[in-house]
Design a protein around this ligand. Structure first.
Ligand code: URA
Length: 236
């Protein structure tokens, strides 16, 4: 059982500074199970807690784990420079909670992006020691050939990598589309591997991480969802 005062709870959920959260409570904007609570010192059990703020129902979450179907022209960096940041696609309080992307997708890459405010989770997911397969669908400028697939599977040498990088699996989907599974997450890896193999990637979409597929999440581009324990277990 984890008990906290209501102002601390609101602050932990990203609704602003402690002072601001106290004001919200005193103004009668917060209720629990239909009862408006105006004393911010009220101690509440966070287990299975749901509360209403500005008439919207929220569930208390110690940490946030979400999957976003990233559209093109959004940047994953914390300080985006040329395009809006992916955080602008999530509720504002996630920024207060310091939710961050788990790894990076290029600004023009679409598809599954995990985001969280759990540092240990982000660290574990991003560790190079972790071999979680990531599935990409790449559109190519030149036609897909058996030689291209062979090269991707045999390994291609990138100028700043000591050893050739290999695709775990690689298969043609149509004349200009490839499905590629990678275990590493090097900078621009798919695009650079395709370039080194003599083609050019014109569009890239990440469709799965581990056993978690974008199809199963059923998200439109720009939509996101919370991930439950079962879905998180598929990332292992
Ligand atoms: N490989 C790339 O080239 N870009 C991405 O965004 C992800 C993998």
């Amino acid at each position: 059982m984890h008990k906290l005062s209501l102002d601390r709870i609101l602050q932990s959920q990203g609704f602003g500074t402690r002072k601001w959260c106290r004001e919200l409570i005193e103004d009668g904007e917060v209720s629990i199970a239909g009862e408006v609570i105006t004393d911010y010192r009220t101690v509440v059990d966070t287990g299975n807690l749901a509360f209403t703020l500005f008439d919207e129902l929220w569930t208390y979450r110690e940490h946030i784990y979400v999957a976003l179907n990233k559209p093109a022209n959004f940047e994953c960096s914390r300080k985006p420079s040329h395009h809006p940041g992916v955080l602008s696609l999530l509720p504002e309080q996630f920024t207060w909670r310091e939710v961050q992307p788990v790894g990076r997708l290029d600004h023009d890459t679409t598809g599954m992006l995990l985001m969280s405010d759990d540092g240990a989770f982000i660290h574990a997911q991003s560790s190079p020691k972790r071999h979680v397969p990531k599935l990409y669908v790449a559109t190519t400028q030149e036609p897909v050939t058996p030689e291209l697939i062979e090269k991707m599977l045999a390994g291609v040498k990138l100028h700043d990598e000591p050893a050739p990088l290999v695709a775990l699996t690689c298969r043609g989907l149509d004349a200009h589309q490839l499905e590629i599974v990678l275990e590493q997450g090097k900078y621009h890896q798919v695009k650079r591997m395709l370039a080194a193999a003599g083609n050019h990637c014109t569009a890239l979409r990440r469709t799965a991480i581990g056993g978690l597929t974008l199809d199963a999440l059923d998200l439109e581009e720009g939509e996101w969802c919370y991930l439950n324990q079962l879905q998180l277990a598929l990332l292992a």
